[in-house]
Design a protein around this ligand. Structure first.
Ligand SMILES: Nc1ncnc2c1ncn2[C@@H]1O[C@H](COP(=O)(O)OP(=O)(O)OP(=O)(O)O)[C@@H](O)[C@H]1O
Ligand SMILES: [Mg+2]
Length: 363
């Protein structure tokens, strides 16, 4: 890389080439054409002169031409040197700032940014692109770190439970009886589900899903989601109502959208005490089909609403984890709905006022 000519050298070479071309042309004109014209004019001027005088005047013309050409060339060379020096310094300084910043990026320091090099539109856009790249990488890196930290945190509890129970069995403090096995099973099941959920949300968010979209009746999709959840609702004494208006058909992967609605119905059940009710509505709204899951349960405080769809986010970590939740359900629901060109949103009037989740899909 260092053997390649520097920018300043190239600029100077290019200008040198222009100078040489100019000088050669001028010299050709000055030696081949100018003396003839001068001689012609001198003889046509009609002034009486000897051959000696003519030779003298022509010589004077020749050296005047030579001197003016020489001075012009000298000044051009000096100007070329000065311009090359000035521009190359300016450009090199800006480029080395960008390349230094890129090296920082490569080394994993994503917070570096570059300023406008003040060299025109192209350089400004280079700096902007660089900054956008750095910003993206910084955000991705932050998510990755948070994901790993959350994942480690989620794994710790079931692992600690397994560890403690196995130790107790080894020390004969505990029997390996049905109770112990049940606790161990519960923990391994939780770890298994965690692994599945993390894989699912990553696939969905990377768009690496094998969706099998087919036209299905929007209302019957909601009806089957409600039917699948009905037993669980009955078991906990929560009423499940459905309001299904004819909404035409949606082109979706029925199984995935069933999973989204199932997630929302499970959440609503989880957060609605016995005696409460959950309503699943399906209706056409504009160019969309909207599924609304509204519960009369405990509701959500406003400060939690913006984070609800983040991976691993739970309002009440200890209690929600006791429900067996890892806080991934809504992240999966969001990614799946978005993969279908739709989205999920939430509204709640606060603690004690129930919550409403809305899924929209393009009709
Ligand atoms: N209907 C609801 N009413 C009140 N809070 C809710 C409701 N639905 C979700 N939440 C809150 O949002 C959090 C995130 O929900 P999410 O479905 O992502 O996770 P989870 O249900 O805890 O676990 P998972 O779905 O992965 O088993 C829940 O922990 C809960 O605190
Ligand atoms: Mg959930």
């Amino acid at each position: 890389m260092t053997t390649r000519p520097r920018f300043a050298t190239r600029l100077l070479l290019a200008q040198g080439l222009v100078l040489v071309a100019g000088a050669v042309t001028t010299w050709l004109v000055a030696t081949a054409v100018a003396p003839g014209i001068f001689h012609d004019h001198l003889s046509r001027a009609g002034v009486e002169h000897t051959t000696e005088e003519t030779r003298h005047v022509e010589e004077a013309f020749g050296s005047a031409l030579l001197i003016s050409l020489g001075v012009a060339l000298l000044i051009s060379v000096v100007a070329a040197l000065a311009v090359s020096w000035y521009f190359s310094r300016h450009v090199q300084r800006s480029l080395s700032q960008v390349s230094e910043a890129a090296a920082q990026l490569a080394a994993g320091r994503y917070q570096v940014r570059v300023g406008d090099p003040l060299l025109g539109a192209e350089f400004a856009s280079l700096a902007d692109t660089y900054n956008a790249l750095a910003e993206r990488l910084e955000a991705t890196e932050a998510t990755r770190r948070r994901m790993l930290a959350d994942l480690a945190h989620e794994m710790r509890t079931p692992l600690a439970t397994i560890e403690a129970h196995l130790e107790a069995v080894e020390d004969h403090v505990r029997e390996l009886d049905a109770d112990t096995v049940a606790v161990l099973r519960d923990s391994t099941r939780r770890l298994g589900r965690l692994a599945e959920d993390v894989a699912a949300v990553s696939r969905a968010e990377e768009g690496d899903l094998h969706l099998d979209p087919r036209p299905v009746d929007a209302a019957s999709l909601a009806a089957s989601a409600a039917a699948a959840a009905l037993d669980r609702y009955a078991a906990r004494g929560v009423e499940l109502r459905t309001v299904l208006r004819p909404a035409g058909s949606v082109t979706v992967d029925a199984e995935r959208i069933g999973q989204v609605l199932g997630n929302l119905l499970d959440n609503a059940l989880q957060h609605t005490p016995a005696g409460g009710a959950v309503t699943l509505t399906c209706a056409p709204v504009g160019g969309w089909v909207e599924y609304v899951v509204a519960d009369t349960g405990e509701g959500i405080a406003p400060e939690h609403l913006p984070h609800l769809f983040d991976r691993f986010y739970r309002v009440d970590v200890a209690r929600d984890r006791d429900h067996g939740g890892s806080g991934i359900g809504l992240a999966i629901a969001k990614a799946l709905a978005e993969a279908h060109g739709g989205g999920v949103s939430v509204a709640s009037d606060g603690r004690g006022h129930g919550a409403t989740f809305t899924v929209r899909l393009p009709a």
